[in-house]
Design a protein. Sequence first.
Length: 131
Amino acid sequence: MCTILLSIKPKYVDRILEESKKYEYRKRVAKRPVEKIVIYATYPKKRVVAEVQVEKIICDSPERLWERTKELSGIDQEDYFEYFAGNATAYAYELGELSVFEESLPLSSIGITVAPQSFCYVDGGELIGNN
């Protein structure tokens, strides 16, 4: 099992922290089994703000995934389908127990100098790979 860092827009980070967003959608996922996600809020915050346990990863067509997850998606239907436009497969990390950091952190605090476009692997606070 591994930990990954995800770059997420601040409006969606806020919904995760409020626990109204229980699924984080992605066009692709890590090849290794993911146990935990470190949440990086992108511009303008540009801070590591929390970590969350991953309950499971769901893979389905965008249409079926929306039907399965829409109640706690934290995203409106139009934005969801715009994100997955042209993709036959959609993924969702089902988010579990959330730990919000008392103080947000710079990426450098976990050994990362540039925010990943999608995600990167993190192990013991050190960057061990990028995808």
